[in-house]
Design a binder for this molecule. Sequence first.
Ligand code: GLU
Length: 281
Amino acid sequence: MTGLVTRFAPSPTGHLHLGHAASAFQVWDGARAAGGKVLLRIEDIDQTRCRPEYEASILSDLEWLGLDWSGPVRRQSEHFDAYAHILEALRARGLIYRCFKTRREIAAALPAGADPDDAPYIGKPVPPTEESARLDRGHPFAWRLSLCAARSALGPRYKALAFNEETPKGVRTVPANPGAFGDVVLARKDTPASYHLACCHDDALQGITHVIRGEDIREMTSVHVLLQALMDWPTPLYRFHPLLLGPDGKKLSKRAGDKGLRAYREEGMTPGDIRAMTTAA
Ligand code: GLU
């Protein structure tokens, strides 16, 4: 066995579909080829969308596919304290600020038509007296990572941020561009830790050396590299796999009702059939 440690990190917001299976095969094949191991992490931070029955279904589908993981499953919802601790460390260093803006206010500050949940927004902290008054009145807020504060904290390291990507032709260094994401949200009232925060914390804690993930998260890796630099967490080696697309050319999605592995299982398909479908598509 080599020192390669990777992970599969599904969110239990629905049943696994063929796209997840394709991704899981990439992760396990990568680990097996290198004699490494796969850890399983359940990314169930968003308690409004995640459900225990989906987690049970994910574990059962992975076992059925013959994909076994090392050690216990890490369930992010059991570690809110750890994420709160990181937020506090970032707050103490002036790297995050409370943003009280509503979605509508953020949308108004962005170019017309931009999605306030996705578009890069750059804000600033409100003055301390206004902040106390808003907190007293119970106004909801999000913790945002201040790009400006991050730039000054890292100095010349900010411009040099990069990650190594493993491609079929070898390893290449990709410059990171966290500025494209603005001041990202790291926590909010109903989600005490964002995906970025929990994912980077856990990759570091779990000693992940290789992250094998879909192309759709390539750009966002820039935000992860920034968090890793700020927290002195190691940056794993990244590998991005192409996404399995539906007949309409769009990414498969639980929300769009793409057929779950469960349904294929009930129709009598075998794990081999599933693998064939993920490679033939
Ligand atoms: N929970 C994320 C997903 O299901 C994990 C992505 C990743 O960091 O690899 O897309």
